[in-house]
Design a protein around this ligand. Sequence first.
Ligand SMILES: Nc1ncnc2c1ncn2[C@@H]1O[C@H](COP(=O)(O)OP(=O)(O)O)[C@@H](O)[C@H]1O
Ligand SMILES: [Mg+2]
Length: 254
Amino acid sequence: MAESVVVNHVSKTFTLQNARTLKQRFVRRSRSERVNPTFLALDDVTFTVQQGEAIGLMGLNGSGKSTLLKLISGVLRPDKGEVLTRGRIAGLIELGAGFHPQLSGRENIYLNAAILGMSEAEVNQKFDEIVAFAGINKFLDSPVGRYSSGMFARLGFSVAAMADSDIFIIDEVLAVGDPPFKKKCMARIREVRDEGRTIVYVSHNTTQVRKLCTRAIVLEEGRLSFDGAVADAVHHLRYDEDPSGDEDGEGGEI
Ligand SMILES: Nc1ncnc2c1ncn2[C@@H]1O[C@H](COP(=O)(O)OP(=O)(O)O)[C@@H](O)[C@H]1O
Ligand SMILES: [Mg+2]
């Protein structure tokens, strides 16, 4: 098997902006507090994903999942360590990323697809399929700035899912979709997986991660705290102890 994603001793530091005004800065200084301190969003993370593997990336809010996906997709660069990927990457990392609010849904499909590396001919060929999957025909010529977050997710997912990629990345975006659309997305992601493409899937929905992935990685405060079977990851996170959790397979992905 070939390596698809290699994350090698990766760290990423962010600046916490706690003093945006001179007054705030003065107050912080007078209390001997640090002004705009830095913190480690990712701390020495190392793992390898093989081509065709479907891994679930789990962890509490703020644990560094989205940051890690941004490093894998190349939106951000690590401060330390290296991230290596093989082949084309498509997916949905942030709602609305790669969309222009004043352009129509139709125009944004072309824009978004171009960002994902699709040619105009490729989009022309797949256009009807993308629109049908998104189910937004009626609003195709309205500016996407007026779309609901669910409609954004539909359009973004549809474009990404139709792009030919070797690595497919999805970040919690399905959380805003309605149940029928989520179901459709899960079926599509399973198809993508069965085509032998690599999947990195971020979700708190343990049922979905169990169904889709054979391996899970857990981040805790920026550190990789678990890498192994999904059932063990769920136990590690203690997600299996909450009877009001999302074991129904639909909710709980906020
Ligand atoms: N651009 C940024 N600038 C400063 N802090 C950031 C930035 N992006 C993320 N963070 C912080 O990094 C931490 C990890 O964020 P994130 O990767 O989005 O977590 P998750 O996706 O697991 O909820 C959070 O504390 C978040 O506030
Ligand atoms: Mg996130």
